[in-house]
Structure formats: structure tokens, C-alpha cells
Design a protein around this ligand. Structure first.
Ligand code: MSP
Length: 516
């Protein structure tokens, strides 16, 4: 059995989870679920980055000790992800003892090998982004990233010899053109490498909220170094050799494009310094805007996934189904890797056209035909070879696209298949066959439609777990669809005649029709 280790960034715990965080995490969840369907042993991790200064400052404002504050917040982040049907295998928090141990051991090794050394740092520093910015990028003391005021910082620091890894990294990039995706992000990183790297400061002596350097307790480890190491903590670097051997290197780190450099340059260099294998891939996706505008707290246009789900539930009447609609929308609407714009009108359109119509209606019009003509049992039927070929082709396409992390293309292929099934139903017109008393053809057509529905349930399962399960149960199938192994199940004609269907209210009622 193969393995698959997938990670999301660990999020700054003081922020409220918004669409950006949900996006990366849901994408990772979809991929994890897909890999489980393919029979792989999956390790999927997400978590919270807790040693940032903004976290400490926020705790102070609330009059709480930082640890108490992060304990509360981490719990609420976990809850939000679970609400969104994210089935992570590990939720790492950087304030956990297992992680602190890893951070200290890692920096000790680099210090011992000479890749960490003591020096002075002076420059413009953004407390919010926890980063120094070169003079050349700074205008009017404003942070080039978040526009907040910069501080001139001078402090004794420990440095990591990042410069030493310029050449090895360049070689790695050239030998692995898919190390960073999409290509535009690879090229950006390659250009940075070509212009040469400078050593970076990896400790802070002015703050205390963080992991102390084991060889100089006056300093704490720079929050980014601390955070990146979460990926090996999860894999069991120090305490579980067997797990680490199995899961490391990670198969993919999913990140937003703004933190690509940390993952594609600094992190691999750190790993090289420690003699550890590099992750197989870093995928840096694009950014969401809202109705064409940058999302920001000050503009007041932050998209809260919980609110989107709540609003959708007015239509669906089922919160779990609404979560599926949200998951579907964010992955279908925009090719993964590109920037995307969240428009309410697009969400409504996708709901009514793709979900209520193409998907929901296929089930709604098929089941009553089985009920009426075959007393609610899946009829005997000959598997249709043309439809079967189409189904197999769809599976191959979905697998190819999922292999490329092309979620929206995978969904396009599934929806093309739904189109074929709807057309098949229209053309066979079982209602007519029934009238004409053509029982054998009637059985054939409804058997094949039901088989198509079974395939659809399996294919949408990573994206829309609740809907897939409702489809599964409607067809009278047992167990949990999320546990089905595709290679065993996606065999055209496998559906067993005689299963008792179970009709349910429409999953995606049309606004104003089924559901007032
Ligand atoms: N704590 C660091 C990451 C450390 S990983 C070792 C951090 N945290 S964050 O809370 O700011 O989360 C950043 C991530 O949130 C992005 O990389 C991306 O995954 C997601 N997004 C935040 N805003 C986003 C959008 N507007 N659109 C899409 N994703 C965005 O950086």
C-alpha cells in the first residue's frame, strides 16, 4: 500500500478562519479523501501557528496569558474545520511539547554543524508579518506586504546560512521542474534563486513568547522556522522512526502564493542542512477576492465560511448539504492555482444549474421511476457498453486531474458525465418504455441510470461527502461511501439488482419551488 502525506499551512491562531483558510484546508481534505479512495495510507495535517507576536499581543489585549488564549482559539479553529467536513489526521499546534522538542533538536543540530551562527541584524521589520524587508523594497516605512508601519530593528541574532544552499537549491529546482507548482510560482522562485540568497536571522532576543534556543536561552526561535518544522513533527521525526520513514518526505505542501518562498526556498534549505529529504512538491494556490476587491478586515468584506453555509441552509434546509455546496463552489469555480473572485451571483448560479439541476434532478427523476415500475428495487439490466466506456473514461480523466491537483477540471469531467447520464435518461425515456410495456428495455435503462448514479456518488465523494452518502443510501447501498476503494467499486455493471432504493426529499431544493 502506498502512502500520501499532505499538509496545509498552520494558521495564525488569532485570526478568525475565513474563506482563504477554508480554501486551502478543504482542497487538502478533498485530496486526502481522494487518496484514501485510491487505497493509500494518508496522513493529512493542518493546525495552528501559535508563537507569533500578533498572537501574544492579542492575548495581552484580552488580559490573558498567551497559552490560555491560544488554547481557546485552537479549539475553535478545530471546530470550524470539522464543521466544514475536514477530516484531518493530525491537528498540530506549535505550542505543544512534541513540537517544541523537535524545534530545539533541529536548531541544535544546525548549530552544531555550523549552519547556525551568531551575528547582528539591522533592518526594517514588520511585527505583523514577522519579517525583515530589504531597504530597496521599503517606501515610507510601510510594510510592502500589509502596509503597516515598519520598525527599525537592531538586534543580536542567530543566523541560518541560507546563502550556502543557493546552488544546491538551484540544482534541485532544475532537476525537478515540478517541485513547485503552478509554473508561474516555480519561475518566481527560480528567479529568486538565480539572484542569490542571503543568510537569514532565525532568532529573536526582544521577545519571550516562543521556543527558547537550547544553546542561548536569551533568544526564541524565529516564528517561521518554528512553524515550518511542524511538518516533520507531524511525521514523527524524533519520536516515531517508523512513522517518519513511512511518511517523510511529504508528498505535497499546499500553501497560498504569499508564503511560497518560505516553503519552496527556506524550508528546503533547512532540510538540506539537516540532511533530510525534501518534500516532493509545494503547490502554491491563488488568492480569493470578494466581488473584485481584495479581502481585508478594514474593508469589512471578509468571507466567513460559516455565514455562507448558514445562508445556503435557507435553501437546502440541511447544514451538511450546505457545507457540500460551499466545498463544491470554491473548488469548481476557479482553477486551482489561479486567483479567484467570490461572487454571490456565481454561487447562486452554480447551486441552481450544477447542483439542483444536473446532479440533484438526475436522482429526483430516476428514483420514482424505479419505485413505480420495479416496486422500489434496482431492476436487472444489461450494462450499457457505451455508457460504461464513458464512465471509465470519466474515471481516468478524474484520476489524471486529481493527480495534477486540478480540482475544477476533475469536477468538469464529472459534470460532463452527469450530462451524458441526463441525456441517456432523456433519450431512453423509460416513462415511454413503461407505457409501451417494454419491460426488458425499461429494466436496462433504469439499471444503467442507477449504475451511473452509483458512479457519480463515488466520484463526488471527496468533494461532497454528505451528498455522496445521501446518493449512496438512496440507491440502497450499505456502509459509508467515503470508505469505498475506487479500484474495486468503479467497475461498470457492479451494481447489484434487487437493492431497495430509498427515496428522500430533494437534496438541492430550488429556491422558491420545493422549499419556500
Ligand atoms: N502561519 C503562517 C503559515 C505557516 S506555515 C508553516 C501563515 N498563516 S495565515 O494564517 O496567514 O495563513 C496563510 C494562508 O491562508 C495562506 O497561505 C493561504 O493558504 C490562506 N489564505 C489567506 N488568505 C487567503 C485568500 N484571500 N485567498 C486564498 N487563500 C488565502 O501565513
Amino acid at each position: 500500500m502506498g502512502k500520501y502525506y499532505i499538509t496545509t499551512p498552520i494558521y495564525y491562531v488569532n485570526d478568525e478562519p475565513h474563506i482563504g483558510h477554508a480554501y486551502t484546508t478543504i482542497a487538502a481534505d478533498v485530496l486526502a479523501r481522494y487518496k484514501r479512495h485510491r487505497g493509500l495510507q494518508v496522513l493529512f495535517s493542518t493546525g495552528t501557528d501559535e508563537h507569533a507576536q500578533k498572537v501574544r499581543q492579542a492575548a495581552e489585549k484580552k488580559g490573558l496569558a498567551p497559552q490560555d488564549y491560544v488554547d481557546q482559539l485552537a479549539a475553535s479553529w478545530k471546530k470550524v474545520f470539522s464543521f466544514l467536513e475536514v477530516e484531518f489526521d493530525d491537528f498540530i499546534r506549535t505550542s505543544e511539547p512534541r513540537h517544541k522538542k523537535v524545534v530545539q533538536e533541529f536548531v541544535s543540530r544546525l548549530y552544531a554543524s555550523g549552519d547556525i551562527y551568531k551575528g547582528y541584524y539591522e533592518g526594517w521589520y514588520c511585527f505583523w508579518d514577522e519579517a525583515f524587508f530589504p531597504e530597496s523594497e521599503v517606501q515610507e516605512r510601510k510594510c510592502p506586504d500589509c502596509s503597516r508601519e515598519l520598525q527599525w530593528m537592531k538586534e543580536e541574532n542567530y543566523f541560518f546560512r541560507l546563502s550556502k544552499y543557493t546552488q544546491p537549491l538551484l540544482e534541485h529546482f532544475l532537476a525537478n521542474p515540478k517541485f513547485v507548482e503552478p509554473e508561474i510560482r516555480y519561475n518566481e522562485m527560480l528567479n529568486i534563486l538565480k539572484s542569490g540568497l542571503r543568510d537569514i536571522s532565525i532568532s529573536r532576543s526582544t521577545i519571550t513568547w516562543g521556543v527558547p534556543l537550547p544553546f542561548d536561552a536569551q533568544h526564541v526561535v524565529y516564528v517561521w522556522v518554528d512553524a515550518l518544522l511542524n511538518y516533520i513533527t507531524v511525521a514523527g521525526w524524533l519520536d516515531n522512526r517508523e512513522k517518519f520513514t513511512l511518511f517523510w518526505p511529504a508528498d505535497v505542501h499546499l500553501v497560498g502564493k504569499e508564503i511560497n518562498r518560505f516553503h519552496s526556498i527556506i524550508w528546503p534549505a533547512m532540510l538540506m542542512a539537516a540532511g533530510l529529504p525534501l518534500p516532493k512538491k509545494v503547490f502554491a494556490h491563488g488568492f480569493w477576492t470578494k466581488e473584485g476587491q481584495k479581502i481585508s478586515k478594514s474593508l469589512g468584506n471578509v468571507i466567513d465560511p460559516l455565514k455562507v453555509v448558514q445562508d445556503l441552509t435557507q435553501y437546502t434546509g440541511n447544514e451538511r448539504v450546505s457545507v457540500d455546496v460551499f466545498r463544491y463552489f470554491i473548488l469548481r469555480e476557479v482553477p486551482f492555482g489561479a486567483d479567484g473572485d467570490f461572487k454571490d451571483a456565481s454561487l447562486e448560479l452554480r447551486y441552481s444549474a450544477d447542483l439542483a439541476n444536473d446532479l440533484g434532478n438526475l436522482l429526483n427523476r430516476s428514483l420514482p421511476l424505479i419505485e413505480k415500475n420495479f416496486a422500489g428495487s434496482i431492476p436487472e439490466g444489461r450494462p450499457d457498453p457505451v455508457l460504461g466506456k464513458e464512465a471509465e473514461r470519466t474515471v481516468a480523466l478524474v484520476e489524471e486531474h486529481m493527480g495534477d491537483l486540478a480540482f475544477s477540471e476533475a469536477l468538469n469531467s464529472i459534470w460532463a458525465f452527469l450530462g451524458t447520464l441526463n441525456k441517456y435518461l432523456d433519450e431512453r425515456a423509460p416513462w415511454r418504455l413503461a407505457k409501451e410495456g417494454k419491460t426488458e428495455e425499461l429494466g436496462d435503462s433504469l439499471f444503467n441510470v442507477a449504475e451511473g448514479l452509483r458512479f457519480s456518488a463515488l466520484l463526488i465523494s471527496p468533494f461532497m461527502p454528505t451528498t455522496a452518502q445521501l446518493f449512496w443510501e438512496s440507491l440502497g447501498l450499505d456502509g459509508e461511501v467515503k470508505k469505498a476503494i475506487w479500484d474495486r467499486e468503479l467497475v461498470w455493471g457492479k451494481l447489484a439488482p434487487g437493492l431497495r432504493i430509498s427515496k428522500k426529499p430533494p437534496i438541492f431544493p430550488r429556491p422558491g419551488k420545493e422549499n419556500p
